[in-house]
Design a protein around this ligand. Sequence first.
Ligand SMILES: *Cc1c(COP(=O)(O)O)cnc(C)c1O
Length: 443
Amino acid sequence: MKYYSTNKKAPVATLEKAVVKGLAEDRGLYMPENIKALPKEFFDNIDKMSFQEIAYTVADAFFGEDVDAESLKHIVYDTLQFDCPIVPVTENIYTLELFHGPTLAFKDVGARFMARLLQYFLKKGGEYVSSASASAKAGVNVLVATSGDTGSAVANGFLGVDGIHVYVLYPKGKVSPIQECQFTTLGKNITAVEVDGVFDDCQALVKSAFMDAELNAHMKLTSANSINVARFLPQAFYYFNAYARLKALGKADQMVVCVPSGNFGNICAALFGHRMGLPVKRFIAANNANDIFFKYLQTGKYEPKASLVTLANAMDVGDPSNFARIYDLYEGKHETITSLISGATYKDEQIAATMKQCFKETGYILDPHGACGYQALKEQLLDGEVGVFCETAHPAKFKEKVDAILGSDIEIPARLQEFMKGTKQSVSMTKDFESFKAFLMNE
Ligand SMILES: *Cc1c(COP(=O)(O)O)cnc(C)c1O
């Protein structure tokens, strides 16, 4: 399968090139040249298949031309060593719990999948990964900007993978203490870089690094943000599984999928699923106060802004990268996009009120991100529809905030407690690209 750039000014790429480069030469995002529709029999029988079986079928449609069946099966089964159940919250609203992976966040799937895929290309001696050994610094270097959850998922997905070094850039003081532990305490092939700025500054540093010729001659750089096809496409697995589990309950006929969105990688994967034939009636993108996409739906104008800091900090994105993919998928047709996707935007006070109300009425503990999704369904679901919203992270990852709002003392799962025992190690950095470049040139 070939991948083209959303900016249409770069040559098409192989899967390996798209994964290693992350971003195309013209700064566009890679898109698969075709999105295969899955056969009717697959959807007829999907409710009898396991999450892993479903995921392998979906993965084969994307990656089957480029990765042999046995290796791909291995990558999928190694990645999905946990479940993503749907849990009823009200009569017609279900949550799709995407937090049963190693760092209790949905990004675990894409991160692990990408690590294993890169490792596959390294072992195979692929053209793009192999040229890495010719650089001053051997191996592949993953740069990842995070507002919290990406960093922990990527760091843990890549931890201990030979030939790959990971640099996690995160905004100083803007990620939760638990999140910070998950990528600053690992050591080995993981370096945490604490940037004096906001998430968008971290993302800008990563983007500039990819465009810097001298740096790229010094070291082989790749990205593991949701711009990477190997990170965002596997997230489609979740939505096929949601449909399967809802179908098993006889409730999938008018399924509405609501995704709390920041950089829009997760919802973009869901939309790819829809293009493959997944019977979702419509989608809702739920935003916090960073309402760029919401405004786009209303006005047809995409106007990026500096990000605002909110309670749902993993969605604090002022210029969502994957907008370019959604725009491309629907050929820029605003009408098509608004007929399939609606929006919602919530300020911190509304997020907190939703968390309180949901807990009081149903006993379900929402995290601040999931709360946006739940509230959007409560407000927008029509008669006869069944809504599924993603719980994108375990509420304990935001324990301080959740406890303050609910007056609770929620338990921290053992897996998270383990991280908190380690010692924090990080490199301090300004948001100035020259200092970041100098640091990497010395690596
Ligand atoms: C990353 C993240 C989001 C936003 O996902 P996108 O793919 O960037 O839209 C939402 N919630 C949590 C907890 C996240 O970590």
